[in-house]
Design a protein around this ligand. Structure first.
Ligand SMILES: Nc1ncnc2c1ncn2[C@@H]1O[C@H](COP(=O)(O)OP(=O)(O)OP(=O)(O)O)[C@@H](O)[C@H]1O
Ligand SMILES: [Mg+2]
Length: 175
């Protein structure tokens, strides 16, 4: 007989079960994700490789709750994600996830420092700690000299570094 352990293992930060995703393409339907099982344990890093157009961005959008799936399950920290609860998901995303997008999505009407500070602003009025953190993060990605710079004048790599600083702003559990 086995003794029952009272210690529950920590659930994966992200888990997907048999995720299927299709997109309409003219009269056809293209199946982009074909039943993906994936787990990311706490403290681990995963890299997803595949040809251009193979579905990497689609998968990342799905696991961050930004895109609907056709079938399958998505779990965050062991909890089923229900995309109908959009507001709750946005709150979890804002407090626990830092997203770096392929297309950056920096806001041109805000300067560099304001872009990095934005995740803190969305959670309330940022204090001096947050303002200093935004500056520190820009320093860490090598953009300390450009705090008031227009993001539209940044190079692609500089934008990506700025997006990384923004993703780290709220000290996310998951990047
Ligand atoms: N909203 C959409 N509507 C229709 N088709 C889409 C949509 N989004 C993505 N696709 C298609 O799904 C496929 C996967 O796209 P995705 O962006 O996930 O690829 P990727 O692996 O990230 O590619 P890359 O390496 O070029 O960034 C592509 O064929 C793309 O055209
Ligand atoms: Mg992509």
């Amino acid at each position: 007989m086995e003794a029952k352990s009272s210690i529950r293992p920590t659930p994966p930060v992200i888990e997907t079960r048999r995720i299927v995703k299709t997109f309409p393409s003219g009269r056809e339907v293209i199946q982009v994700l074909n039943g993906i099982d994936f787990k990311l344990e706490r403290g681990k890093t995963a890299s997803i490789r595949g040809e251009s157009g193979s579905g990497k961005t689609t998968f990342l959008n799905i696991i961050s709750g930004l895109e609907a799936l056709d079938s399958g399950q998505l779990l965050w920290n062991g909890n089923r994600v229900d995309l109908r609860h959009f507001g709750e998901l946005a709150a979890v995303r804002s407090s626990q996830m830092g997203l770096v997008f392929q297309a950056y999505y920096l806001l041109p009407e805000l300067n560099l420092w304001e872009n990095v500070l934005l995740p803190a602003r969305l959670r309330g009025k940022p204090g001096s700690l947050e303002r200093e953190r935004a500056e520190y993060l820009l320093h860490r990605v090598g953009l300390a000299e450009r705090l008031k710079f227009s993001v539209e004048k940044l190079s692609g790599g500089e934008r990506q570094r700025a997006a990384l600083a923004r993703a780290l702003m709220n000290r996310p559990r998951l990047i």
